[in-house]
Design a protein around this ligand. Structure first.
Ligand code: ADP
Ligand code: MG
Ligand code: MG
Length: 539
């Protein structure tokens, strides 16, 4: 055996080095890449669908190709997309930049003589447009113009696009997206953490350099414990979410021994580690406000999809390289049946809401309770009803949760944090923040007064703390060794079918982002540019 410390050092070095991507070396690999030629299969067309929002707005490659089509076709349409872009810039801008953006929009799009005058509005929108003065330039009115613009694009341009070489190219990308994924698609690096069914390690896509975390679920272990359904559930929930504040799934595939979930790599460590292991116990208020704002936005995203998280706690909040946080481990999350409550007991001791402990029916209320506990813990480095490392029976934690008031003895609390925690720790769901009269919005609480949520959601608010790029915020590899393998488990036909259901490969939005960010999208498009009649740049 070699020195365990040395193994760890070697693993860390390789992992850190991989993150400094050598772009020239990457590009060399692209020579062998090409987009698949299509047999105009109606299967592909049908699976892609004809939904404007999905094809031209949500899917990043679809959006790009639609824009390229507009650019090459009719100047009116191009002006329309430029207008949408500048509106979006304006809505996220602050102070002087916001005023400048507004002046630019007015001069560019609303002067009848100007080249980019928006002449395509009809009816009410046209009236708004002509009567425009600086005073009337407000959010409500611009929402109307934005919708009118989208309506324009959704009409004739969209229909023409579906018939153009640009859409054919999109179908080629969709075909490429369907490629089978296996272990050879990735390089593998050190183990980052351990879960109930296997380890999580860092991986890198060979031809894009994109780093991810791969959660490997041991097939035999899953079968032995009868947890296959849960794995599929976690995967299905992960692929539905697309939020800056929840780990996104990029690929799901399987190999001989594992089901693999390939997700955003969060290399800044989890909040539990940050509360207890780094520096003074607890966290400064600035960081707490920032993280809680992101967590709240993430929880709200899940709730709008009718998903309850059920495992809100610092350990499940991970930081990325920039210092932004995301919710992870959706293994206990559940899709709620419409207008119905559920009453299954799920969660972690110390964070479970009274209604769960009393086996009452609930919907999303339980997440706000757990968030209250989490905020308390971030500030006081202990739970409201359980001290750090306190040896206490679950029954006693339950009793305290149901009967006791929460005390604020730690110096880190201020008035607004105390009030927010009290609002989340209301024993009755109907009194709790986030659940009162038809789900009130926690983002309106004074605790968040320094946060501009629309900028936060656009990823434009700088994190208060940034992880060091030369530090690995994970336990030593030797403390994360694989535990004993499960043997004497045989797979049957139905197991194989189940594995196949799990292994759906690339997840559209994440995969398309990866293609664009790595430069592969531009590279392959330039390489095969054959938009006969559309490309007005080349001779
Ligand atoms: P389980 O559901 O089995 O508890 P988790 O999803 O919590 O598994 O993952 C186990 C551990 O792996 C986490 O505690 C964390 O240390 C690490 N981990 C999980 N997801 C990521 C990720 N996306 N990036 C970095 N580390 C991760
Ligand atoms: Mg976990
Ligand atoms: Mg889990």
């Amino acid at each position: 055996d070699t020195l365990p410390g040395l193994d760890n050092l070697v693993a860390n070095t390789a992992y850190l080095k991989a993150q400094n991507i050598n772009h020239d070396k990457l590009r060399d690999q692209w020579i062998s890449l090409s987009l698949p030629k299509l047999k105009m299969s109606s299967d592909l067309q049908a699976s892609v669908g004809r939904n404007y929002e999905s094809l031209c707005e949500q899917q990043p490659i679809g959006k790009k190709l639609f824009q390229q089509f507009l650019l090459a076709s009719n100047s009116q349409y191009m002006v329309a997309t430029e207008f949408l872009q500048e509106l979006s810039d304006w809505s996220f801008a602050e102070k002087e930049a916001r005023e400048k953006a507004k002046q630019r929009i007015l001069a560019k799009f609303f002067q009848p003589g100007s080249r980019s005058f928006l002449s395509y509005f009809t009816g009410e929108a046209a009236g708004i447009c002509k009567g425009l003065s600086i005073q009337k330039f407000d959010v409500v009115m611009l929402d109307e113009l934005r919708e009118a613009t989208r309506d324009l694009l959704r009409g004739k341009p969209f229909v023409e696009y579906l018939d153009s070489p640009f859409f054919y190219k999109f179908l080629q990308w969709k075909e490429y997206e369907k490629q089978k994924i296996n272990d050879r698609y990735f390089y593998e690096f050190r183990t980052l953490g351990k879960g109930g069914f296997g380890e999580v390690c860092a991986v890198q896509v060979k031809h894009t350099g994109q780093m991810y975390a791969c959660k490997k679920l041991d097939k035999r272990c899953l079968k032995k414990k009868g947890c296959e359904r849960l794995a599929l559930l976690e995967k299905r929930i992960l692929e539905q979410v697309n939020s800056l504040f929840i780990v996104n799934l990029a690929y799901a595939y399987d190999n001989k021994n594992h089901l693999c979930l390939v997700m955003d790599l969060m290399n800044g460590g989890d909040l539990h580690f940050h509360i207890y292991e780094l520096g003074e116990r607890g966290m400064c208020m600035e960081r707490v406000v920032y993280y809680v704002a992101q967590i709240t936005t993430g929880i709200l995203h899940l709730h709008t999809l009718d998903i309850v998280y059920r495992d809100m706690k610092p350990e499940n909040v991970l930081l990325d390289a920039k210092g932004q946080c995301r919710l992870s481990d959706l293994g206990l999350a559940m899709e709620l049946p419409k207008n119905k409550k559920v009453c299954q007991k799920a969660g972690t001791t110390g964070y479970m809401a009274p209604e769960i402990l009393k086996r009452e029916a609930y919907r999303t209320s339980v997440d706000w309770w757990s968030l209250g506990c989490t905020i308390y813990e971030m500030l006081a480095a202990r739970l409201p009803f359980k001290d750090f490392r306190e040896k206490v029976q679950n029954e006693e934690v339950t009793r305290r949760t149901l009967e006791d008031d929460c005390k604020f003895e730690h110096k880190n609390f201020n008035d607004s944090s105390k009030d927010l925690i009290r609002c989340f720790l209301k024993k009755k769901p109907v009194h709790r923040l986030g659940c009162r009269n038809g789900n009130d919005d926690p983002r309106d609480h004074v605790f968040f007064k320094s946060i501009n949520f629309s900028r936060l959601e656009a990823g434009l608010v700088d994190p208060p703390w940034v992880p060091k790029s030369n530090v690995v915020y994970a336990k030593d590899t030797n403390s994360l060794m694989e535990s004993s393998v499960v043997e004497d488990i045989q797979f049957e036909q139905r197991d194989e079918e189940f594995f196949k259901m799990f292994s759906t490969g690339a997840v559209s939005i994440q995969w398309q982002k990866e293609m664009i960010n790595s430069g592969v999208f531009d590279h392959l498009n330039d390489k095969e540019n054959n938009y006969n009649g559309y490309n007005n740049e080349s001779s």
